[in-house]
Ligand binder design. Structure first.
Ligand code: NI
Ligand code: MN
Length: 242
């Protein structure tokens, strides 16, 4: 994927996101591919990966974590409990962290932030404790800063994310039911001080009814608003976001 000197973000569908950095590193957030009905057939395989980030334990965010990790041997960053669970599955390279922490990885600063959500891991018909759900704010070496919220409602701490981490772009869930809906995502944008948003976690199942058009209407008061509604498998480069 050409990065045109900047970061390229590819939305694979639902929350699953692929990022290509200017120096050729590839990052995958929330690997859910083979059973993910939103991912195009020709994008379900990951052939090369340097870093995997996992926001929380739910199956629609971790479904292919073990398989992709075993096939591509990336570094992995997740909360402590998910990192430990991956270890029990024979995946040994996971770094556990928690809210408020920042891990430096190849010149990229990755901060785990709050999410208002749950994080149980489905494992062989049991639900295993998966710690607390989070999101990631990723500051790339060129200072471009992307916030992937994972699954969450809007929360007041988003104003701290604005003040402390200054994201340029937010990937926010808008489907509703399990996460915020477009009205609440508009409130999130106001608190984050972000004008460029890539909507995620909508349309995958009938119950996820929120749409990018509804977000555009609900956030219509934000001057310079840019709702970047990608199709699953579509990419956008940093220069088209900010
Ligand atoms: Ni979830
Ligand atoms: Mn989810």
């Amino acid at each position: 994927m050409p990065s045109q000197g900047g970061v390229t973000v590819t939305w694979l569908g639902h929350a699953t996101t692929l990022i290509d950095t200017p120096d050729g590193k590839r990052i995958l957030i929330d690997p859910w591919l083979t059973q993910n009905p939103a991912v195009p057939e020709d994008r379900k395989q990951i052939d090369r990966l340097d870093l995997m980030l996992i926001t929380h334990g739910h199956l629609d965010h971790t479904g292919d974590a073990v398989a992709v990790a075993q096939a591509t041997q990336p570094d992995i960053i997740a909360n402590n409990e998910i990192a430990g669970w991956l270890g029990t599955k024979g995946v040994g390279k996971a770094t556990g962290m928690n809210h408020g922490g920042t891990v430096e990885w190849n010149g990229i600063a990755i901060t785990m932030v709050e999410a208002v959500h749950s994080s149980g891991i489905t494992d062989g018909g049991e639900t295993v404790y998966g710690g607390v759900a989070g999101g990631f704010v990723i500051r790339f070496a060129n200072d471009f800063t992307l916030y992937h919220a994972g699954d969450t409602d809007v929360f007041l701490g988003m104003s701290l994310i604005r003040d402390l981490l200054k994201p340029d772009v937010a990937m926010l869930p808008i489907g509703g039911h399990f996460t915020m809906d477009p009205t609440r995502a508009a409130a999130a944008l106001r608190m984050l001080g972000v004008t460029a948003v890539i909507p995620i976690h909508y349309g995958t199942f009938p119950v996820l009814t929120g749409t990018p058009q509804e977000l555009e209407l609900a956030a219509g008061d934000i001057s310079g608003l840019k709702v970047v509604a990608l199709k699953p498998g579509e990419s956008v480069s940093q220069s088209d976001l900010i």
